[in-house]
Design a protein around this ligand. Structure first.
Ligand SMILES: Cc1cc2nc3c(=O)[nH]c(=O)nc-3n(C[C@H](O)[C@H](O)[C@H](O)COP(=O)(O)OP(=O)(O)OC[C@H]3O[C@@H](n4cnc5c(N)ncnc54)[C@H](O)[C@@H]3O)c2cc1C
Ligand code: FES
Length: 338
């Protein structure tokens, strides 16, 4: 009664936002530039944080221009960091809302929302004898989390970036090479051209014998998956994608999308994910991976129909029907419970 209309916990949140029992949050404690367009964000998680396994990612929610946006970022700190902080390393992409905000504008002291760490791009319990890390651009981040966490006797890394100055963590990688803990090949694509996976054997002759973790653009990962399959070793390859694969569904007609909880209606085409439609209209949309894997965006479909952008399948509203807004587009007028 005393605190109405706020709850007592709302006041506690002001005083002690990272306390046990509060919604999981974190506080940005430092932002360290890595390259011209990438930075490492040091986060102190709240009391409910359950830790992570090397290679996993965390979803963070941050307010950008008054809108809470959720994105996934791989954890780059080792699991045994003594001060309990975790780090993510973000590369700003052109027109990227959250990545540019984190790299260029985030300030120490900023509170963010956190989910527990998740993801199966992790090292196995039984240590492989030989390891290959195949990465490009910001795809180095989950692998850096692994390199900082676990040492192997025989680990090779092939990393692609336009130029030496674009290689995130370059000094640390070269320290590992100097300490004979890593064999590294850098492919500088501006001068060397794109890595031709068919010629990987020239860089790593025993690649088929190596348990491999690969993270980078879809083109690299698609080529790697094909190459590993063609050589009969698909199980040796583990991949992590930061973006959805190619949309295969043919585009259909869109329609008016109503977000009935907020009372917003906007016109949408049949190709734009409802997650993007809602965010552009200022509706608070939960999300995570934005590529159909984490189910962080599921929302009831109250009326109308939506199309799955991956398969073209149409889902019609029925009581209890949930849709993934990140991979669904309007297929005629529809009503989303947001
Ligand atoms: C499991 C997982 C782990 C991830 N880990 C990291 C990480 O460690 N470091 C990191 O920097 N990013 C990581 N990402 C990507 C990150 O979640 C965001 O997608 C990225 O920061 C772009 O968000 P944004 O808000 O800046 O761009 P948006 O405003 O959402 O998009 C702006 C434009 O860029 C395009 N776009 C979106 N994402 C990408 C992308 N990844 N590459 C190129 N173009 C894109 C969009 O289609 C759009 O046209 C990860 C993603 C996943 C799913
Ligand atoms: S945001 Fe991850 S499944 Fe939609």
């Amino acid at each position: 009664m005393v605190t109405t209309p706020l709850l007592p916990s709302d006041y506690l949140d002001l005083i002690s936002p990272l306390r046990a029992g509060a919604d999981l949050r974190g506080r940005i404690e430092a932002v360290h530039p890595e390259t011209g367009d990438a930075a490492t964000i040091v986060i102190r998680p709240g009391r409910g944080w359950r830790g992570h396994t090397a290679g996993q990612y965390v979803r963070i929610g941050i307010d950008v221009d008054g809108v809470r946006l959720w994105r996934a970022y791989s954890i780059t700190s080792p699991t045994n960091r003594r001060d309990g902080r975790v780090t993510i390393t973000v590369k700003a992409i052109p027109d990227g809302k959250v990545s540019n905000h984190l790299v260029r504008r985030a300030r120490p002291g900023t509170l963010i929302q956190l989910d527990q760490a998740t993801g199966d791009f992790v090292l196995p319990r039984a240590r492989p004898a030989k390891v290959l890390y195949l990465t490009a651009g910001s795809g180095i981040t989950p692998v850096m989390g692994m390199l900082r966490d676990t040492e192997f006797d025989d680990v090779v890394m092939v990393h692609c970036a336009p130029q030496p100055r674009d290689v995130i963590f370059r000094d640390e990688l070269h320290d590992l090479v100097a300490a004979e803990k890593l064999r590294l090949t850098e492919v500088h694509t501006d001068t060397d051209g794109m890595l031709d996976i068919a010629r990987l054997g020239e860089l790593v002759p025993d690649w088929t014998e190596r348990e491999t973790w690969a993270c980078g653009p879809a083109g690299l990962l698609d080529a790697a998956e094909k190459h590993w399959s063609e050589h009969g070793v698909p199980d040796r390859l583990h991949t992590e994608r930061f973006r959805p694969g190619i949309v295969v569904a043919p585009e259909g007609g869109g329609g008016d999308v109503t977000f009935s909880t907020t009372g917003t209606t906007v016109e949408a085409d049949g190709a734009t994910p409802l997650l993007d439609v809602g965010e552009a209209a200022g509706v608070l949309m939960p999300s995570g991976c934005r590529m159909g894997i984490c189910f962080g965006c599921v929302t009831p479909l109250k009326a109308g129909a939506v199309r799955d952008l991956r398969t073209g399948e149409i889902t019609e509203a029925e009581p209890g029907v949930l849709i993934q807004t990140c991979v669904s587009a309007a297929a005629g007028p529809c009503d989303i419970e947001r």
